[in-house]
Ligand binder design. Structure first.
Ligand code: COA
Length: 260
């Protein structure tokens, strides 16, 4: 099955998902959100997919936000439903159990910045621009911007971006912790892939539980989060992957994990 608004390709264990509305700077209309949900369902179900790269089509934009044409027509209840739907899809991506890297190839504004933040890691091209310009339109973020941005960069920096609606370039985004790497545009996909392959060479169950522990742990008390970490530590001790990883170290060879 193909998608109306996405390109979806699996290459050597990596699903490459491209938001494909370049003439509208890949703005997120309801069709993109529905397609993203289906793409995540496929990623969850397909054992051949070990990790994901999410990017935008064309040279100009990752995603330039929610589709303002659609938003401009919404009523109160449709607005809330649209926000909750987008939030649920982004959350599903964040919790798909496989590492997700955003390759940010241009504007990542509003819903685009929110989508990048729902990915586990972000690689940006040098010309990428980030921002939450919603207040300029008389609205606030609806897809998690007020929630994930302060968790990523801290309250003060988040409020700076959220209240001024200013855009920041890739270097400033790197300094504030909004992105993990900045590379020239022609190296973007290769860098995102290399980052993901570095992760995929590690124990997949360990990687999955790290993501889960950080995701859940940030919302828990220190004591609860430490207990969760200890539980994961114990759980991983029951895996073949732990024996393989430690055996490989002791035998001075590269580990070959099976995810069991
Ligand atoms: N929703 C719907 N359409 C959008 C869009 C969005 N968020 N962002 C860009 N587009 C469309 C434009 O309307 C234009 O369509 P058209 O050719 O049919 O007129 C096309 O994409 C190209 O955008 P354009 O504005 O002409 O490009 P630009 O280089 O002059 O400006 C931006 C680029 C990103 C600065 C500008 O498009 C912009 O500010 N977009 C909105 C960003 C935003 O507020 N996002 C948050 C939404 S909640």
């Amino acid at each position: 099955m193909s998608f109306q608004t996405l390109l979806y390709e699996v290459r050597d264990g990596i699903a490459i998902v491209t938001v494909n509305r370049p003439d509208k700077l890949n703005a997120l209309n309801d069709a993109v959100i529905a397609d993203l949900d289906q793409a995540v369902a496929r990623i969850e179900a397909d054992n051949a997919v070990k990790g994901v790269i999410l990017t935008g089509a064309g040279p100009k934009a990752f995603v330039a936000g929610a589709d303002i044409g659609e938003l401009s027509k919404q009523t109160q209840f449709l607005g809330k439903a649209r926000a909750m739907r987008g939030q649920a899809v982004f959350r599903r991506l964040e919790r798909c159990g496989k590492p997700v890297v955003a390759a940010v190839n241009g504007f990542a504004l509003g819903g685009g910045c929110e989508l990048a933040m729902a990915c586990h890691l972000r690689v940006a091209s040098e010309g990428a621009k980030f921002g939450q310009p919603e207040v300029k339109l008389g609205i606030g973020p609806g897809y998690g911007g007020t929630v994930r941005l302060p968790r990523l960069v801290g309250k003060g920096r988040a409020l700076d971006l959220l209240l001024t609606a200013r855009m920041v370039g890739a270097e400033e985004a790197l300094q504030m912790g909004l992105v993990n790497r900045v590379v020239p545009a022609d190296k973007l996909m290769a860098e995102a892939e290399q980052l993901l392959r570095t992760i995929l060479a590690n124990g997949p169950l360990a990687v999955r539980l790290c993501i889960e522990a950080v995701d859940a742990g940030l919302e828990m008390s220190l004591e609860e989060a430490l207990l969760l970490e200890a539980n994961h530590f114990g759980l991983l001790a029951s895996t073949d992957d732990m024996r393989e990883g430690m055996g490989a170290f002791l035998e001075k060879r590269t580990a070959s994990f099976r995810g069991s």
